[in-house]
Design a protein around this ligand. Structure first.
Ligand code: I3P
Length: 126
């Protein structure tokens, strides 16, 4: 139950909008479908919500993220040849999920990269 899991256990390290698309699930390639998400970085997860309102709703006891990426053992790096877009990074999880995230502003995109890298390096499986 997401609201319960959230309650008192996780703090928001970074929050804001990013474009994202899942490209692999369980090691299987998916068709790209870029969407804008409201992204929340915690000490354990990168959570993608439909919008900021959905995140507030979850905290108030209803709903959950559209996508939850387990950062323990994950890798994050520039996705240079994976997209025609600029400032694209890939997060690759131990269970074989890969998510691209992107921001038109390279400073913004890079600040997400650094924040996610910092979380990963603090987790046991880094
Ligand atoms: C895809 C769509 C994606 C694009 C992808 C296309 O077409 O245009 O935005 O990824 O390129 O295949 P469709 O909507 O028909 O699925 P990028 O924006 O990241 O380049 P790709 O096939 O080179 O991954």
């Amino acid at each position: 139950n997401w609201p319960q899991l959230w309650d008192g256990h996780m703090c928001v390290l970074k929050e804001g909008p990013l474009n994202r698309t899942k490209i692999t699930e369980n090691g299987k390639r998916l068709r790209k479908n870029w969407t804008i998400s409201h992204v929340i970085l915690t000490e354990l997860f990168l959570l993608f919500f439909k919008d900021a309102k959905s995140f507030v709703a979850m905290k108030n006891g209803s709903g959950r993220p559209e996508l939850c990426v387990d950062l323990n053992g994950a890798l994050v790096y520039p996705a240079d040849k994976v997209s025609s877009r600029k400032n694209v990074y890939v997060i690759s999880t131990v269970l074989g999920t890969q998510v691209l995230f992107q921001n038109e502003c390279n400073v913004q995109a890079q600040s997400w990269l650094y924040a996610i890298q910092a979380v990963i390096s603090n987790l046991p499986c880094n």
